[in-house]
Design a protein around this ligand. Structure first.
Ligand code: ADP
Ligand code: MG
Length: 236
């Protein structure tokens, strides 16, 4: 009951948040939960980077987003915070299955995202999983049905989706495509299209990239709905 009111209050703060005149400097200036704030504080994340300040409020409001900012600008937290907050406000539990899918082009990058997620997500109750290949598919399969937030590489995620009793994305709330430009450069376009075609269209999608290109714009058009563009990036 108390939590329901707390969530209602958060939703009101999100609704009222003025994206265009955002004066947020610190993470605690954002309409996000105490659980996430605690995790951020413990990991010594206090001040927002530019892409975080510009994109997180837009993502919290539920818009699809194309976020562009150079490497090292803090894009990981720019998507992990909205993911955690969305599932928190939905009161997601282990019985609700897969709530968020985060796709990254390489095993190393996927592992980094997973590490940041476990670091800041310690005060939430969501289960997180990493599927990057290398490990036995069966080993991953036994755990995958109970995972709420899944981080992985395109090929491995599609492999799990193609299993008869594998990944069930029917309930998915959020899709994140990290390093979308690199995904395209690495030839993952068809794999991404196949993954996206397995996802419910009602989901929210966040697409992040370090560069802008025609192929990225094409991917955005196909995977995003009425999206907002945030940040700046070199055009290639
Ligand atoms: P990108 O994905 O844009 O290349 P990352 O998310 O990997 O950037 O972040 C780059 C580095 O900056 C990481 O070491 C991360 O811990 C750090 N970082 C990100 N956001 C913040 C922040 N708000 N305050 C301090 N350090 C941050
Ligand atoms: Mg990154």
């Amino acid at each position: 009951k108390k939590e329901t009111e707390y969530i209602k209050d958060l939703e009101k703060r999100i609704d009222e948040y003025d994206v265009k005149n955002s004066k947020a400097v610190l993470f605690r200036d954002l309409p996000i939960s105490d659980a996430t704030l605690k995790g951020l504080k413990e990991a010594a994340f206090v001040k927002l980077t530019e892409i975080q300040r510009e994109s997180i409020p837009v993502s919290l409001k539920g818009h699809d987003l194309l976020g562009a900012a150079k490497t090292g600008s803090g894009k990981t937290l720019a998507f992990l915070i909205p993911v955690l907050e969305k599932l928190y406000r939905e009161k997601w539990t282990e019985f609700d299955g897969l709530g968020a899918l985060i796709i990254s082009p390489t095993r190393e990058l996927a592992m980094q995202i997973y590490e940041v997620l476990t670091k800041i997500g310690g005060h939430t109750s969501f289960s997180a999983g990493l599927v990057i290949g290398g490990k036995d598919v069966k080993f991953e399969l036994e755990r995958i049905s109970r995972i709420n937030i899944l981080v992985g590489t395109p090929g491995r995620i599609l492999q799990h989706m193609d299993q008869a009793v594998g990944l069930n994305a029917d309930n998915l709330q959020m899709l994140v495509l990290d390093e979308a430009d690199r995904c395209l450069d690495m030839g993952f376009k068809k794999t991404l299209d196949a993954i996206v075609s397995n996802l419910p269209p009602s989901r929210q999608t966040l697409l992040f990239s370090a560069t802008q290109s025609q192929s990225l714009a094409d991917l955005a058009r196909l995977s995003l709905t009425d999206y907002k563009s945030v940040g700046t990036a070199d055009t290639v």
